[in-house]
Each structure stands twice: as structure tokens, then as C-alpha cells.
Ligand binder design. Structure first.
Ligand SMILES: [Zn+2]
Length: 260
């Protein structure tokens, strides 16, 4: 069924599993805590079934669309959207808005994905794209992208004081929480992205420059790999193994299915 090759143990989540996750496991408290530095009203977004082609039948038409969720009273309603759409992916908008919905800043972030890593077995991103395996990755790439995340964190530490690393389900994100970083101009963001790329880091420049303002929502389910996106401390990064780490394995995978 899976179109992409993934490390053993990672696979697409079924609709039933997504439902189980968002009704029983998705932690609104942790999401709330994560979004604290953004202040103001946060917009969310989901993609129901763009890559997995797994979606509730009634959302066939919108399965590949990025659906923005900005009309909700509280996070409980956000969860209601999740259990309704059963998305393969959930995001939040890094833009900060004032009460009149005007953008006042943006969280700075860096996105490192395993497919951008040149693998001794699977080659470059171009090689992978040629085989239509742009979202595939292997354990070697996962290990290499983790090393990049650690080195990028150390590099950024020279400039920023408050940073968080998130295992996104495939790769890693580094979020910058310094208040000054929210106020950076687009030009400054582009320059930062350029410099980091020149240092050899395989980041997605669209995320850092801000053109792509959505980023995976921590504590949401990554439906392509059946892993929970979780913050990871810098000190534990070296030993962090997303294939086996219990914190990122949803209950539907960690508990053997009950036979009826
Ligand atoms: Zn590989």
C-alpha cells in the first residue's frame, strides 16, 4: 500500500488510527504550552490525504488541499476539526497576528528533511525524485539528518538564546523563540537562510525565509510514518531513535491489537 519506502516500523496510519489518536491521545495541554510564545490567536492547518491518498470519502474533493483552521473558540474545537477531518498532517501558522488579523511577526524556524540528505545507498534528492521517491527515507538518512540538526543547533546557538528542536516525524525542525527573531524582516530571513545553506546545512529555505509559513504542529500525528511530532532536548538528540522511542510512537502501534 505504501508508495514510499520508510524505515522498518514506520508506515501510513489508517483513518481508524488517526481517529483513535485525535480522540484519545492528542494532548491539547501540550499544544497549548507549545504555542504560548506565539501569543495572540494561532491559525492551524491540515492536509487530509495529499500523499497517503487516505481520507474520509466525504472529503475526497479536498483531500489534497491545505485547509486553514482559523475559526475556533478554543483548542477543544481544534481537536473537533481533527477528529472530523482525520488529517494525515497538521500544522500551525508561524505568523503572529494582532486582533485585526494583521501580521505582526513570525516565528523563525529551520526545517531539515531526510530526503535532502545525500544517502550512500539512495543517492541525492534528484536521484530520489527521479524514482518518484521524494518522500522516502531510510535509517541512514534519518541518522544523518539528526546529526545535521545537532550541528545546526550548535551553529544557531551563537546567535540565538532560546531554541527548541522538534522531531517532525521524518526530519527535524529548529524553532527560535527569541523575541527579536519574531521581528526579523523577510530580507533578513532570506539572508539567514542563505548563510545557513552556505555552511552546508540542507535546510528548506522556504521555511526559514517565511514564504512557507506553516510548520508541523508538535504533538500531532504524522500520518505518513505513524509517529507523533515531539520536542527533543539537544542533549538527548544523539541517542534519540524515532523508530523506537516510546514518546513518539502512538498507542495504536505500541499496543498489540486486541483480538475479538
Ligand atoms: Zn537512504
Amino acid at each position: 500500500m505504501a508508495k514510499y519506502n520508510l524505515p522498518r516500523g514506520m508506515r501510513y496510519s489508517t483513518l481508524e488510527e488517526r481517529k483513535q489518536f485525535y480522540t484519545q491521545e492528542f494532548s491539547l495541554e501540550k499544544v497549548q504550552e507549545w504555542l504560548e510564545p506565539l501569543r495572540g490567536k494561532v491559525k492551524f492547518a491540515v492536509i487530509i490525504g495529499r500523499h497517503t491518498k487516505i481520507y474520509p470519502e466525504k472529503y475526497r474533493e479536498d483531500a489534497g488541499t491545505t485547509i486553514i483552521i482559523d475559526e475556533y473558540k478554543g483548542l477543544n474545537e481544534v481537536r473537533d476539526y481533527m477528529t472530523e477531518f482525520l488529517p494525515e498532517a497538521a500544522y500551525y501558522d508561524r505568523n503572529v497576528y494582532d486582533e485585526n488579523d494583521r501580521k505582526t511577526g513570525q516565528e523563525l524556524a529551520f526545517d531539515l528533511d531526510p530526503e535532502n540528505i545525500t544517502c550512500p545507498i539512495h543517492g541525492t534528492l534528484a536521484d530520489k525524485l527521479q524514482r518518484h521517491q521524494g518522500l522516502s527515507f531510510c535509517k541512514i538518512e534519518l541518522e544523518l539528518v539528526k546529526e545535521q540538526a545537532a550541528r545546526l543547533y550548535e551553529h544557531l546557538e551563537k546567535q540565538f538564546a532560546s531554541m527548541k528542536i522538534v522531531y517532525s516525524g521524518r526530519g527535524f525542525h529548529i524553532h527560535i523563540l527569541d523575541p527579536e527573531a519574531y521581528a526579523l524582516s523577510t530580507k533578513e530571513r532570506r539572508q539567514i537562510a542563505q548563510k545557513v545553506k552556505e555552511k552546508g546545512f540542507k535546510i528548506d529555505p522556504w521555511v526559514t525565509s517565511g514564504s512557507m509559513r506553516l510548520i508541523r504542529l508538535p504533538y500531532s500525528l504524522h500520518g505518513l510514518v505513524s509517529r507523533i511530532a515531539i520536542p527533543v532536548e539537544k542533549g538527548e538528540l544523539e541517542s534519540f531513535d524515532p523508530v523506537h522511542d516510546k514518546r513518539c510512537i502512538p498507542k495504536f502501534l505500541s499496543k498489540p491489537a486486541l483480538t475479538s
